[in-house]
Ligand binder design. Structure first.
Ligand code: P6P
Length: 337
């Protein structure tokens, strides 16, 4: 039947054979993330009504003031993952260090989850889309004890699953376990994420480029020349200021998103572990590419610390290749010539 509803739970269970580890483990994790997303969605939608807007007063590990909704989303994700029994630890943009979780059952949990609980939080107060980004690894430390930092500092190629939720005109959860990318739209009338975008394939090229043009004078020469070229090619600039929303558009319509290194952020602003790696896994699984401004594949970067930043160029494969050719042609860096 063409229009039969397929819920996220049903889809995960049907596809758990794709997952090379013990069946059921990933199902539990993804289900719990889906529950957290529904709870966060409810509060994001109510944020304008309930007094949870405004600055929470705390600061996160990157020295940015934390909005109350950030903390709420963070707490809900930790709570839901603690219940799963499959997660032995989490790392979050909002937590300085990783947080070991005591497995609910006596079993020793096998996975760690990293997340940005509410990406684009500066947009919350002005009703612009925000998102949640998550990244799942199988632990590498002995399953008998607590998780350790090495479980979290794995290369992006080691991810077993990654996804995001975009809280926009509708709430959509997009995820991959390494066998393609699928999207689920939340139907509030039944409280279920329902399959809405099967086997997402990013267009090979596109008409959009997404970058904070305000930093133009602070980019390296080759980046400024590439941006000029985008303008010469009559590409359209779209920049929301929420990474999830900017890349979600590109995933469906084609294009390229760039957050290069600047003077303020010499290694780029976006965090490797819970922003760049999961978004890169998803985009690569949809047929796209993701590199940093030194032209290194994002998923091959060895993390040095939890909140490590990276520059990123991500999107349609032909456009990323064109940008790479530009850097190789115009960069003064001998490494590229
Ligand atoms: P800028 C949001 O704070 C965020 O982490 C990403 O979601 C977004 O792409 C970027 O920062 C926006 O940064 O410097 O353009 O405001």
């Amino acid at each position: 039947m063409a229009n039969r509803i397929v819920t996220l739970d049903e889809f995960i269970i049907k596809r758990q054979n794709d997952f090379s580890y013990a069946t059921g483990e990933l199902t539990g994790l993804l289900r719990d993330i889906g529950v957290a997303a529904k709870i966060v969605n409810r509060e994001v939608n109510r944020a304008g009504l309930v007094n949870i807007l405004g600055i929470h007063g705390a600061e996160n590990s990157s020295g940015e003031s934390v909005q109350k909704l950030d903390m709420y989303a963070n707490d809900k994700l930790i709570e839901c993952l603690s219940n799963s029994g499959e997660c032995c630890g989490i790392a979050s943009e909002e937590n300085e260090d990783f947080v070991p979780l005591k497995a609910v059952a006596s079993k020793n949990a096998s996975y760690v989850v990293l997340f940005d609980p509410l990406d684009g939080s500066s947009n919350i107060d002005v009703n612009v889309s925000v998102g949640t980004i998550f990244s799942i690894y199988r632990r590498v430390s002995p399953e008998t004890g607590e998780c350790s930092l090495e479980d979290f500092l794995q290369k992006g190629v080691e991810q077993v699953a990654a996804g995001y939720v975009i809280y926009g005109t509708s709430t959509i959860l997009v995820y991959t376990t390494g066998n393609g990318v699928n999207g689920f739209t939340l139907d509030p009338s039944i409280g279920e994420f329902c399959l809405s975008h099967r086997n997402i394939q990013i267009p090979k090229t596109g008409q959009y480029y997404s970058i904070n043009q305000g930093y133009y004078s602070k980019f390296d020469l080759e980046m400024r020349r590439y941006i000029d070229n985008c303008s010469d090619e009559n590409l359209r600039l779209r920049y929301i200021g929420t990474m999830v929303a900017d890349i979600h558009r590109i995933l469906f319509q084609g294009g390229i998103f760039l957050y290069p290194n600047t003077r303020k952020y010499p290694n780029g602003k976006l965090r490797l572990l819970y922003e760049c790696n999961p978004m890169s896994f998803i985009v690569e699984q949809a047929g796209g590419k993701a590199i940093d401004c030194r032209l290194k594949r994002i998923l091959d970067i060895k993390p040095q610390e939890l909140h490590m930043r990276s520059s990123i160029v991500i999107g349609s494969p032909q456009m990323v290749d064109e940008m790479k050719a530009f850097v190789e042609k115009y960069s003064a860096n001998p490494a590229f010539s």
